[in-house]
Every structure is written in C-alpha cells, then in structure tokens.
Design a protein around this ligand. Structure first.
Ligand SMILES: C[S@@+](CC[C@H](N)C(=O)[O-])C[C@H]1O[C@@H](n2cnc3c(N)ncnc32)[C@H](O)[C@@H]1O
Length: 219
C-alpha cells in the first residue's frame, strides 16, 4: 500500500502498521504473490473483475501490465474505492472503468466475468464462511474464466510452521483489533479450493508456502 497517499489520514496510520507487518512477512512478499501471474495469463480478459480491491495496488499493476479495454472494481468500502479510483485516474489508461460498491457476494452482473481476482481477502475468514464466499464468487465467473487468488497459506515445509504461526498471530491480532475479525482463521486454503470444486491451473508458492498465488478455473 502506498503510504504517501494516505499519510495524513487515520487510515494512513493503519497502513503504516500494515507495512510494518509486511516487513515482518519478509518484505512485501504479498505484492510479489499478487503480481506473479501478471503478463502470464493464457488469454486477455475482456471482462475482468478485481473484487475486494482495497487501495488498488493490484488494480494499478493489472492495468499497467494487462492494459484491459474494460475493468470492473469492487470493494465493500467507499474509501478504498475512492483511493483506487484516484490512483487509476493518475494512470495513462483510457479503458472503461465500472465501479461496484458493496459486498462481492451480492453483486448482480449482466454478464459473467472471464477473469476475477480476489487477493488477500478470503484468508481472513474461517473455513466455513470462506467456502461460502468462494462459492458465491465462483457464480460470477464464466465457465471458461480464470480466478486469481493470492493469499496467506499454510506452509508446505515443516520448518516454516513456527514462522507461519507467529506471523499469523500478529496479522490476526492486527485485524482482530482494527476490524473485529475473529482470530479463528487458520485453515488450509487449498482445501477450500477443492471443496469449492475449483481446479488449480497454475500455482506458485512463496517462502516455503507461507504465501501462494493460484490460477483456478471451474471443474
Ligand atoms: C486485506 S484487504 C485486501 C485488499 C486487496 N485485495 C489487496 O490484495 O491488497 C481486504 C479488502 O476486502 C474488502 N472487503 C471486505 N469484505 C468485503 C466484501 N464482502 N465484499 C467486497 N469487499 C470486501 C475490504 O474493504 C478490504 O478493502
């Protein structure tokens, strides 16, 4: 997240704490995982949706790399959407932007999306609501569309487990204190993909699997 834009707001203070947590998490690895598949998609999406876009870090990189003709962004928070719109406005991009404010699970679209990205979002929910979220988001995806998920994962190397739990504890405490998320969020993300009947097309693990980026499609 860009500290300079938010430095004088209360939200800016939160972003600084978030940046510090990122530092504890081996330095902006979440950005690396979010952006990993940019420039590597098997097709150019005509109708992409970036859901729960937050302050627009991924949106900006997506526009720079993929140069879509049209893009839909969504977030529950108007402040986040305003930040993202402001950053898009500063880009040399003249594509068509649609902004959908509200709960991603309540979106009503006229046409299914051929690409959806949800990054650093579903890991904040415990396994059952996480699966429900994913199933709702899946309904927005075209049958041959791609879903990008980059998020915190359970590591695949035993040696990383202590780091994982310490980091998770810090991240969960942060969200718990500032956004009332219960810290009961640990769980295997890949299990959720399986339960949602999503097939992993490509995957990339970071830091022994503490972070992951996945391209998924409907089975
Ligand atoms: C941790 S931030 C991640 C933002 C961004 N995707 C990223 O990778 O940096 C989670 C975002 O999800 C948004 N959010 C939470 N619940 C949502 C919902 N039900 N529908 C849409 N957005 C939601 C929040 O407002 C916040 O901007």
């Amino acid at each position: 997240m860009n500290k300079n834009i938010f430095s004088r707001t209360k939200y800016g203070d939160l972003v600084r704490v978030y940046d510090f947590l990122e530092y504890l998490n081996f330095g902006n690895i979440s950005k690396k995982s979010r952006d990993y598949f940019l420039g590597k998609f098997p097709f150019k999406a005509k109708n992409p949706l970036i859901a729960a876009c937050g302050t627009g870090d991924f949106v900006v990189e997506y526009i720079r790399t993929e140069k879509p003709d049209a893009l839909t962004i969504n977030d529950l928070s108007t402040e986040m959407l305003e930040r993202t719109k402001q950053r898009i406005h500063d880009l040399p991009w003249d594509g068509k932007l649609s902004v959908l404010h509200g709960d991603v699970t309540m979106l009503k679209q006229s046409e299914a999306y051929d690409f959806i990205s949800i990054t650093y979002f579903i890991s904040m929910f415990s396994p059952k609501p996480r699966l429900e979220l994913l199933l709702k988001i899946k309904q927005l995806l075209r049958d041959d569309g791609l879903l990008l998920i980059a998020d915190y994962m359970k590591p695949h190397r035993f040696i990383m487990f202590p780091v994982y739990y310490i980091n998770w504890f810090v991240v969960c405490m942060f969200f718990w204190i500032f956004s009332h998320t219960k810290p009961n969020v640990l769980g295997n993300m890949e299990r959720t993909f399986e339960d949602a009947d999503l097939e992993i097309v490509k995957r990339k693990y970071f830091i022994g699997g503490l972070f992951g980026a996945f391209l998924l499609r409907k089975r």
